[in-house]
Design a protein around this ligand. Structure first.
Ligand code: 13P
Length: 251
């Protein structure tokens, strides 16, 4: 019912030249893959050239961030219609690196996601607890609050138009992924929270991705969980072969 989505978040990696080469390799690597949606999110500077590479391929283009206003005096920022015009399909919002380093709050996440939807694109709303919060037994409560405050204000009708990514902060870039069991129980909790917001039918349609040290050797087990509908991949998405292997694990 839910088509798996495997998305690569390239973060602050790849010049335009490097990004074009990686996008070409990814497109070639997943060319024969049916039944899994694949997306890559290069840095802003590489969006237009990568969009050209991905034309006439099934790989979708993502962006890593967006501003919460439509336009204005916001030096250094990029607005949703600018991304839409480039052919961007997905926009990552609320990544924990942005929450941590750029003060992104749940309120801003909701506003950004609203702008993404308003421009006809799909937000990938990221949530996830820190190690301290998990150790304190607060992981479920923290993630539920992020979902309610970051997605709730968008209204129940928008659920079918967004993607959620559960990325435990302690698993990002650490090589220490969540176990399949930890991922599944949190994904089920997220789906239950979405159901409270928008009803069972809508919640059952939302794709919930897992992110945090997804690699070719742990992807199949994580992606095999009933409520894990794909992956948001950082480090391993910078190598076309590893990324394609993860995408194949989603089948
Ligand atoms: P890693 O796969 O490098 O742990 O990064 C995950 C991530 O933050 C994707 O958005």
């Amino acid at each position: 019912m839910r088509t798996p989505l495997v998305a690569g978040n390239w973060k602050m990696h790849k010049t335009v030249t490097e990004a074009v080469a990686l996008a070409e390799a990814v497109a070639a690597g997943v060319r024969d893959l049916a039944g899994v949606e694949v997306a890559v999110a290069p840095p802003f500077t590489a969006l237009a050239p990568v969009a050209r590479v991905l034309t006439n391929t099934p790989v979708r283009l993502g962006a890593q961030n967006v501003h919460w206003e439509l336009e204005g005096a916001y030096t250094g920022e990029v607005a949703a219609p600018m991304l839409a015009e480039l052919g961007v399909h997905y926009v990552i919002v609320g990544h924990s690196e942005r929450r941590r380093d750029f003060g992104e709050t749940d309120d801003l996440v909701a506003r950004k996601a609203g702008r993404v939807l308003g421009a006809g694109m799909t937000p990938i709303v990221c949530v996830g607890e820190t190690l301290e919060q998990r150790d304190a037994g607060r992981a479920f409560e923290v993630v539920e609050t992020q979902i309610r405050a970051g997605i709730g204000p968008l209204g129940p009708d928008t659920l079918e138009r967004l993607v959620v990514a559960y990325e435990p902060v302690w698993a990002i870039g650490t090589g220490r992924s969540a176990t399949a069991e930890q991922a599944q129980e949190m994904h089920a909790h997220i789906r239950a929270t979405l159901e409270a917001i928008g009803g069972g039918d809508a919640a059952r349609g939302v794709r919930i991705l897992y992110g945090g040290s997804v690699k070719p050797d742990n992807a199949a087990e994580l992606l095999g969980q009933p409520d894990v509908d794909g992956a948001l991949v950082g480090g391993a998405s910078l190598q076309a072969e590893a990324f394609a292997s993860i995408a194949r694990s989603a089948l």
